[in-house]
Design a protein around this ligand. Structure first.
Ligand SMILES: Nc1ncnc2c1ncn2[C@@H]1O[C@H](COP(=O)(O)OP(=O)(O)O)[C@@H](O)[C@H]1O
Ligand SMILES: [Mg+2]
Ligand SMILES: [Zn+2]
Length: 271
């Protein structure tokens, strides 16, 4: 009985009236009577838009925080020259178009690929835009996903820097922090695999690739070498891991700068 009275008095307190929003036009405004005072709630559409804006700002702030933590560990979130979204990747012929489309499709379906631990392997000639395309994938996923970019040799150097710090010099990060970042990033771009082949980096490379493989986390690996060449440089277990869940994109066209020069000199584009 008491409950029904409470309900009916709450219903009686509900008000509505016709109102006008400069942005959304005519609407029915809800209100409520509270102990003799009347409160009008305003335009529901405006409030929904404001809530979404606040959510976006919060997401952006969190994403900037993640990017900042990578910057503390690796110097920059993305190298400055590659801090561009996919739209900036120019497509000059069908083969470049295929590479671009594969990257675009990867971004569009990232959540599915991520749940399957699927990544990409970009291989081919130096100067053809592999780093450019991989960084563009990271940039295009931001702020929904904040991936991590590092070259294998830089990662190795930084890890070794923390060892030296034990004997006096201090590095602003620990080995565990560096490894955690590359083990756990929602997407890792590991660049220049096999470019400066330091034997110590082979073990590190396998640890990173294998840990992420085991945890179903996607990696974009980049190398001037093919999987077969990586197999003989490092090991078969590594190239197997890299092959299994990654789509290979081959960059076999003329390097970008050469191509530009050719175009400036009046040649038609060359492969
Ligand atoms: N498709 C492209 N559109 C615009 N610039 C490109 C493209 N491909 C390469 N470049 C430019 O050419 C240079 C070499 O590209 P990079 O990504 O470093 O090649 P890779 O990693 O394959 O060695 C960079 O300055 C890059 O910005
Ligand atoms: Mg590169
Ligand atoms: Zn409104």
């Amino acid at each position: 009985m008491q409950k029904r009275e409470l309900q009916s008095s709450a219903a009686a307190d509900r008000l509505c009236r016709s109102a006008y929003c400069e942005k959304h036009g005519d609407y029915v405004e809800a209100g409520r009577k509270v102990f003799g005072r009347v409160i009008w709630f305003g335009c529901a559409k405006c409030q929904e838009e404001e809530r979404k804006r606040q959510e976006m700002l919060q997401k952006l702030e969190e994403a900037r925080g993640h990017a900042w933590s990578y910057r503390l560990l690796f110097g920059e979130w993305l190298p400055k020259a590659f801090d561009f979204p996919l739209e900036n990747f120019e497509v000059l012929d069908a083969a470049m178009g295929d590479a671009y489309c594969a990257a675009e499709e990867y971004v569009r379906n990232f959540y599915r690929y991520r749940s399957e631990g699927r990544g990409l392997f970009l291989t081919g000639t130096a100067g053809t835009g592999k780093t450019k395309l991989a960084c563009a994938v990271l940039k295009s996923l931001f702020p929904d996903v904040v991936g991590c970019y590092v070259t294998l040799s830089d990662l190795g150097d930084r890890v070794r820097q923390t060892w030296r710090s034990l004997s006096g010099e201090s590095a602003p990060f620990t080995e565990a922090q560096l490894l955690n970042a590359v083990y756990r990033a929602p997407l890792l771009v590991l660049d220049e695999i096999g470019t400066i082949a330091k034997p110590q980096d082979g073990e590190l490379l396998f640890k990173v690739i294998n840990t992420r493989y085991s945890n179903l986390l996607p990696t974009i690996g980049i190398s001037n070498l093919s999987l077969k060449e990586l197999c003989s440089l490092y090991s078969e277990r590594l190239s197997r891991r890299m092959e299994e869940r990654n789509q290979t994109i081959v960059f076999d066209w003329t390097p970008w700068q050469e191509r530009k020069k050719q175009n400036e000199n009046g040649f038609s584009s060359g492969r």
